[in-house]
Write a protein that binds this ligand. Sequence first.
Ligand code: C2E
Ligand code: MG
Ligand code: MG
Ligand code: MG
Length: 289
Amino acid sequence: AAKDGGRGRFHFYAQDLHAEAEARAQMEEELRDAITKGDLQLFYQPIVSTATEEITGFEALMRWHHPVKGWVPPDRFIGIAEDTGIIAQLGEWALRTACNDLADMPASVRVAVNVSPLQFSNPQLPAIVTHAIAQSGIQPDQLELEITESVFLSDDAGTDAMFKALKRVGVRLALDDFGTGYSSLGYLKTAPFDKIKIDQSFVRGATQEGSRNGAIIASITSLAHALGMETTAEGVETMDELDLVRLHGCSHVQGFIYDRPLDAATAKSRLASGLMAVARGPRASRAPR
Ligand code: C2E
Ligand code: MG
Ligand code: MG
Ligand code: MG
């Protein structure tokens, strides 16, 4: 009986795997269509200087408007796009779209685009980036590529050469989700990052008594500062969190306290409205929202 049970379980397991493979293949097909049908959209979340409370740039975040399921968040499709390889097309579309949207904004503004590990391992990436910049007319240093620590999992000479090639193109590089992945500090010796993005898991709970997150944030910002890199605290939602990341020396803040990701038109009008001062005590009535 035990044997039968085992076989039965195996049978169900195999069915699950089959169903999952089919679901993935279907999603790959749908994502391919999404690009051509215009069902993908980039939203832009402001990145704000802690010193001036001005918007210095935006992070471009992908959204998929599925014909049946409605809005699908990136956590539900980026992983599959990476596994199936379709991320190459999605990523190229995102680079082109972000550069074109930025071309309508003041030249002091930057846009940050997420680059997946598969894109990063593609020797064509510098040419793709160069082309996106050239056809939009923006300056190379207005574009920042966000890369996660996982690119360091595969050795090697290729990673190093890619960093050098991207710096030759003239774009800025940011280390995304710092502290959540394969966090060896070794690569900070040589990888030419302009910015470290402190993952929101360090911000969340940082204001609670006894939390070690504040000490970790302070250490990351002082390390970054010593290496000549900026820091963005991700996922700042409350006034207390904003005060804390400022106190610990983050040069930039990104989070719902200022804005959620906005469509391109709204992002442009945010720039026109100037300072991002948020409600704080007696100033609350003057807050922009
Ligand atoms: P990420 O690059 O770390 O992006 C930041 C995420 O934090 C975004 O989630 C953003 O909406 C969210 N966020 C920002 N402020 C707050 C806050 O105050 N509170 C909370 N709870 N969340 C906040 P989103 O847009 O769902 O994207 C999730 C992830 O999907 C991104 O994480 C990134 O890894 C990936 N992704 C998004 N767009 C792209 C893309 O175009 N290409 C690639 N390769 N990955 C992308
Ligand atoms: Mg990012
Ligand atoms: Mg991040
Ligand atoms: Mg993230």
